[in-house]
Design a protein around this ligand. Sequence first.
Ligand code: NOJ
Length: 582
Amino acid sequence: MNSDTLQGISAPAPASVVPFRSSGSEWWRSAVIYQIYPRSFADGMGDDGLGDLIGITERMPALVELGVDAIWLSPFYTSPQKDAGYDVADYCDVDPIFGTLADFDALQARAHELGLKLIVDLVPNHSSDQHAWFQAALVSPAGSPERDRYMFSEGTGTDGELPPNNWESVFGGPAWSRLTNADGTAGQWYLHLFDPSQPDLNWQNPWVREKFRDILRFWLDRGVDGFRVDVAHGLIKAAGLPDYTPPADGGSMGGSGSLGLEPEIGAHAGTEPSTPPYWAQDGVHEIYRDWHSVLEEYEGDRVLCAEAWVEPLTTLARWVRPDEMHQAFNFSYLETPWSGPTMRAVINSSLTAFTGVGAPSTWVLSNHDVVRHASRLALTAENPQGHGIGPRSPGQPERALGLRRARAATTLMLALPGSAYVYQGEELGLPEVIDLPDDARQDPTWFRTNGERYGRDGCRVPLPWEADSPSYGFGDSGKSWLPQPADWAPYARDCQRGVVGSTLELYRALLAERAAADLGLGDIEWLTGYPDAVVAFRNGSVTVIANTGAAAVALPAGEIIVASEAFDTRLLPGDTSVWIRS
Ligand code: NOJ
């Protein structure tokens, strides 16, 4: 290391203590929650190359060994699987491809026996078109109570041949589809903000609200510790369903759009509203206050976590006011580029916004809808990547750089106070699978855009457990519903377990130290005097230094307890983070 590359200082001066501590001691305020995407975790039934509940139960000790506090299970409900289970045909049963309700009970019992909390997914914005409610609506006349459970409408144009408005589906194409009546004539239109197989429910209808209270109670009675709520910013649409044209590079789920996953708020022609009339409408909040009171009927600290692509963070904080939900995913954090100034800013805004309403901040870097952060953090501006990346995308990520940054970013994230989400496979350092064959892709986005958007399959490839087993130990059949890359053996869990420096052991060390030092319930004290590329703070007894830049930085005194990369001086290399006992 050349000394003129040093930009560090010997001892940072402490800045003011920022009291970000969230009020209360409920488990979810500081928990590390591991997301299981059931189809890709473990194929315990071993028959079809699709993960299932038995597989999760069998592999659960690995999560205890990892050191997480809770599991969030993506949907396992009865579903035609047009959107990988986010198209629910029965909210109170398990799809046979995943097992049975008895398998669910066994999974939950095992989780609780192992000291893990269990959160399940709730999908209230839309059902499957195969749900009995929608099937009843199809055979009922316009204006019937059955149709009023969904968003049906007459068309426009001279003969109703045009959709009711210009809204676009998140997955591409129009957000409305037209029915054909039994006699072959064209009928009403129905709204689907996602796939046509996912009709939007009408949340202005008290009947729908009552049914979802029942669904909450069904799972709460079974013993779940809470719900991750899908599209929690979309249930209520603006009165009159006004036209809205998203910006050309916009996309899906609501928010700033820097990942391209969601529409940006842009300039709009004529009378159109300036923000999407289907996201973040005020009416959603009374629904969450209602659900909050349902959860209060139960003992224990049950939790509601909002998947709401809403920005700015001060607006998102409205979802977690004291009588609404308890947590909301911090997608602003996920979308923040790997740079010192932007990371410091988003951490500050997050803690300020959530603390302002007495809620913990959450932190997340990957999930089943975004490019894995071990690839995303090495993308260049040339590649917006918001709708997935594939072999024909420009600016392919460099794998070693992506992993190095991902490890550094996770080391920073897990030191922050609040609750953190970890997506299955990130603890193995899995990259996005970019070169999936076109004919293997299954995301509706891929089909709805005729392959223009690659979609999310690349982050959903089944996990590698054992380097030398068929399908890397994913299941006995040796099959996997998305093809696993031929070069994944080094990522397999059994190749990393006990190996110093592996990503798995890094996660284990971080989670153990986080728990030991109670970082999830801590405060942030920013440390000043570092170069701009460095994020430096103290949380209790731990000093955290994350170097997002290229130049090495001198470290303060103290024992290095975890480092995202090995280095043998007191100089922290670029794209590296450390925890120091101070
Ligand atoms: C968000 C989910 O995370 C995503 O996977 C799904 O496609 C949409 N909501 C629609 O349910």
